[in-house]
Design a protein around this ligand. Sequence first.
Ligand code: PRE
Length: 358
Amino acid sequence: MDLNSLRGKIDTIDDSILELLIERMNIVDEIGALKRNQNSVIYHPDREKDIIDRLASKYTGKLTRNAIEAIYLEIFGVSRNLELPELIAFLGPEGSFTHQAAESRFGAIAEYISLPSIKSVFESVETGRAKYGVVPIENNQEGMVKETMDYLQATHLYIISEIIIPVNFCIATKENNLSQVNRIYSKDIAFNQCKGFLSDYFGQKESDFFVEIDSTSKAAKQASLEPNAAALCSHIAAKIYNLPILFDNIQDNESNQTRFYILSKNSNLKKTPKDKTTIAVKLRNDDKPGALVSLLKKFEEKHINLLKIESRPQKDTNEFKFWFFIDIEGNVLDSSIETILKAQEEEIKFLGSYMNLC
Ligand code: PRE
């Protein structure tokens, strides 16, 4: 079949897809009206995951699970925007990995605001300027993001979901060919994380071939403005500045992943088959031996699995005291967890129950 006839077939299929999408959106509109009437939450990551799981378990032809997920996350983004336009604040700059994480969950159509600090993301959600906030919480090579832990303890927001994305770097440039590139912009950390690729491909170059700049997003911007320049940056930064990707996934460490939290003023509770609950614990009798063990024992007695425990200094005292950031398996809607949390209300601050993606 020739190109025109194949394109004709695609046009007919696209017409049907569009009709079905319109039909879907009419139903979403009704759901939106119901939710607004009942004042209930718009965003249901659990329902979105169920839809993707259900579709991916069917015969999917040439569509991989990732492809189905990417298509549907965009559809959900359009749906949520129709139900209620929502502003999403993320730790910037635009093109940061946090931006990439936010877009991977809320879709390209949502309204975003890039903020300069973790504190400002918390503030924008607390004051209601943004409906959701996206902040990094952990990198599997570097550990926890202390600032995020501290603000979770100090403010009144809930974790409603986590996002895990691989830290992938690419070389993006407007040039068609590597031989036309005479400098690469990036941030020092990114250069360090891609040493293997850079030495294989550019080992012979002069040192001024690599130009350090504040952020990988700025690197992409710079490379979009100058001829013969490339950027070592994230996918989203390349996309924002319209830079085609010449080499993808060039980082040395394939298992480098970052975890992010989606924050909200409402706890958005809903049970799924694999949940996690995060709490902040300030023990009252922490000067007596065994105070922490006695709390952990309560979880053990109820067969509640402990997933993570980190300690952070208590900043509101001049003593050298700590609070604990703890992840346990399960949902606060499980009576065993609810009972423990209720019984120790004065010591335990509930930070959220959400789907465990780790
Ligand atoms: C829908 C949209 C947003 C939610 O996050 C989950 C699903 C969808 O497009 O399927 C519909 C909807 O609002 C819902 O089922 O609650």
